[in-house]
Design a protein around this ligand. Sequence first.
Ligand SMILES: Nc1ncnc2c1ncn2[C@@H]1O[C@H](COP(=O)(O)OP(=O)(O)OP(=O)(O)O)[C@@H](O)[C@H]1O
Length: 256
Amino acid sequence: MPFTSNASTEAFELRGVSKRYGVIPALDDVTLRFPAGSNTALIGSSGSGKSTLLRVLLGLEWPDSGEIWVDGSVLGPTHVLALRRRVGYVIQEGGLFPHLTALGNLALLPHHLGWSRDRIRQRAEELSGLTHLPPGALERYPAELSGGQRQRVALMRGLMLNPDALLLDEPLGALDPIVRHELQDELKAIFDQLGKTVIVVTHDMAEAAWFADRLVLMRHGKVVQDGRLDDLCQRPADSFVTRFVQAQRTLRGAAS
Ligand SMILES: Nc1ncnc2c1ncn2[C@@H]1O[C@H](COP(=O)(O)OP(=O)(O)OP(=O)(O)O)[C@@H](O)[C@H]1O
């Protein structure tokens, strides 16, 4: 089931989705649509349910109630393997296997799907160009790469199978400000170039607005506001949105 470019079908949709861990509501009656080809940033305080939202879209967790729709069909256990091949998932600090080289990490899933060594290397080299991974880095182990290089490899791993969508959970959270800034530019260029459905989780509103026109702000498992940066700043849905916006301290503000 390829992701459709038909505007009437959403790439992903949550319909009244709730998920609890014990007494904690990680997602509380969330309804959201993510059109094919759209870029969305999920923001919110720690523990507001952003990662859980990505995980239920991938079938890594199942909602207690409500439905997940992917490309016009309800997501069920039988779709999960196919879905994993069609959706690249990138997490903070990459989640690379330390005992495998960068290429070994990239090769895992394609190898399992029967790709030849040549095809895997060719795809890895193509993606090295796209993500600006330096020559020779494919042969190195994760511990021999910088944080930024590891994150590039993690992104490449997410892109290996040319997925229709990318779900990124704090992909730049662990990087120093200069590398983070560089990778923000590169990721944005990659999103624009590839035109995939992208959902990115970040704590940083400026980064969220850089990646996506649409910002979804969450709190205690609920969507508090869904709109553009301007809407959140100029027309906050409630006092939490105002506090969240004001908490994003600018350097200029800090210096004055
Ligand atoms: N496997 C789990 N077991 C128990 N509680 C969990 C589990 N996963 C998440 N939670 C809880 O569910 C809530 C939502 O967690 P989630 O990781 O989705 O939030 P988040 O917004 O991504 O947070 P952060 O920004 O800190 O990563 C939190 O209160 C968290 O402690």
